[in-house]
Ligand binder design. Structure first.
Ligand code: FAD
Ligand code: UQ1
Length: 459
């Protein structure tokens, strides 16, 4: 008790030094105040709240999250492939958020970092001493002309990326009788950059099992100019693509869908004259353009030019506001956006934030190395388990070559990772596989050699 009083007075002094009005809230009736506010109750937000709720005690942590349901999105690849049911990806939000935290069931609409306040859509002002922003990515299906309406009328269009459209994928695969099966990758950062091709490999395998592969063209139209960011895995995927006779078109970005004519229009990104190319589709899986959510983009003091939360990539502390931290897809951390990345970030964030709360320097402390992972399912029973760091260098957990397609890695993705997610990660107890990597590799740490820079706090 005495310690926490000392800590509080230290923190009051600290925030006053910083010119932030973090402690001036109790007199205002419609404001609620918390020591820690987490915005977003997804993979990163829920696990962060769990790490702090029991330590800080009842009533000290609030999570602002509008959704009734928490979705384990990595399962949606398997839902699309007919391997899991949609309901297996869902749990009531109230059952996954920590018991000791308060759930503010509303959407954050604005951030006022000078006054340490977040405002929700019903006008409630939520005051914090420390803030963690974990609002994920916004799906911009509406940026593709005709697409939202086309989803309503065309059962051969699907997308594993949203809860409304993932349930269309497997029925569309089952109904497909041959022709052009198109898979797209948009011209923006996305979550799980492997997922647009995972569903393609499952579909291609499904078409072979259904005996319709010979009259099917499998087409991957990607905005990128590489198949995958890490050379080791890209080389292996290109072999898979060649062996499976898949057609890849680089620098093609979907801009319009015309369901009445079954046409998909792609911008040719490598053409100076704004050329487009129109494909006939009989089945199409669309990965939508994505961005930071609008309310975050609008918080100009918090974000970079692209609208992502501006944090130090090694400590996850905001570059301007030392009492604000970020985790997961909504940040500008230069790594591939995955739940695996959020798990590893969670470990660093909890140390950085705890140090900040105690008025101690964040360095020396754990530093995020960019760890991210993408289980690249290449068929029913096959998976290349990609794991890598900020430098796009492999950072593999298991003592064998993970660039090979393996049944064991498929089973890890299908059966082990969901258990890890629900039972460990959301309870704040899964920080990624780093500890196992060291064990499995008999103490030889293959970890990346990142030397963190001093956090550039400009306050
Ligand atoms: P999310 O988990 O998306 O959570 C964001 C939360 O913020 C949501 O609950 C949302 O409701 C809430 N929110 C949004 N706006 C507001 C607001 N204004 N106010 C309050 N709350 C708000 N990752 C892997 O590691 N491995 C995989 O195999 C994998 N496969 C994937 C396959 C698919 C098809 C998809 C879609 C994703 C996949 N991912 C995978 C990515 C993974 O799901 C995300 O990277 C991860 O969920 C990011 O966590 P997050 O907390 O940043 O965002
Ligand atoms: C991981 O830690 C994780 O978070 C729970 C995922 O999200 C579901 C993943 O997809 C992966 C691959 C990892 C990394 C874990 C291992 C065992 C490689």
């Amino acid at each position: 008790m005495a310690t926490s009083k000392v800590l509080l007075s230290v923190l009051k002094g600290k925030c006053a030094d910083l010119g932030l009005k973090c402690f001036s809230t109790s007199s205002v009736q419609h404001k609620k105040s918390y020591k820690l506010v987490v915005v977003g109750g997804g993979a990163g937000g829920c696990s962060t709240a769990a790490k702090f709720a029991s330590k800080l005690g009842k009533g000290q942590v609030a999570v602002i999250e509008p959704s009734d349901t928490h979705y384990y999105q990595p399962l949606w690849t398997l839902v699309g492939g007919g391997l899991k049911s949609f309901s297996q990806s869902n749990r009531p939000m109230g059952s996954v958020l920590p018991r000791d935290c308060e759930w503010i069931k509303d959407r954050a609409v604005s951030f006022d970092p000078e006054n340490c306040t977040v405002t929700t859509s019903n006008g409630q002002q939520v005051n914090y001493e420390y803030l963690v922003i974990a609002v994920g990515l916004q799906l911009n299906y509406h940026h593709i002309k005709g697409l939202p309406e086309a989803f309503e009328v065309d059962s051969s269009l699907c997308s594993n990326y949203s809860r409304q459209t993932v349930i269309k994928t497997f029925p569309a695969l089952q109904a497909f009788k041959g022709g052009n099966a198109i898979f797209t990758f948009p011209n923006t950062p996305i979550k799980c950059a492997g997922a647009p091709q995972k569903i393609m490999y499952l579909a291609e395998h499904y078409f072979r099992k259904a005996g319709i592969r010979e009259n099917t063209d499998v087409i991957y139209n990607t905005s990128l100019n590489v198949i995958f960011a890490v050379k080791k895995y890209a080389d292996r995927l290109l072999e898979v693509i060649k062996n499976r006779n898949i057609n890849v078109n680089y620098q093609r970005s979907l801009i319009e869908v015309r369901p009445d004519r079954k046409e998909a229009v792609f911008a040719k990104l490598n053409s100076d004259s704004g050329e487009t190319e129109t494909f006939h589709y009989d089945f199409m899986h669309v990965t939508p353009p994505m961005s930071a959510p609008d309310p975050l983009k609008a918080a100009k003091k918090l974000v970079n030019e692209a609208g992502f939360l501006d944090v130090n990539q090694y400590t996850l502390q905001h570059t301007m506001y030392p009492n604000i931290f970020g985790i997961g897809d909504c940040t500008n951390v230069p790594t591939s956006k995955t739940a695996a990345a959020a798990a590893s970030q969670g470990f660093v964030l909890s140390h950085s934030l705890a140090a900040q709360m105690a008025g101690q320097p964040i360095h020396p402390g754990p530093s995020y190395d960019g760890y991210t992972s993408c289980p690249l399912i290449t068929g029913y029973g096959k998976c290349i388990m990609a794991e890598f760091d900020f430098d796009a260098q492999p950072l593999e957990t298991f003592p064998f070559d993970q660039g090979k397609e393996r049944l064991s890695m498929y089973l890890v993705k299908k059966d082990l990772l969901p258990k890890i997610y629900w039972n460990l990660m959301l309870n704040g107890q899964w920080n990624g596989p780093k500890a196992y990597r060291k064990m499995m590799r008999l103490g030889f740490d293959t970890g990346s050699k990142h030397i963190p820079t001093t956090p550039s706090l400009k306050v």
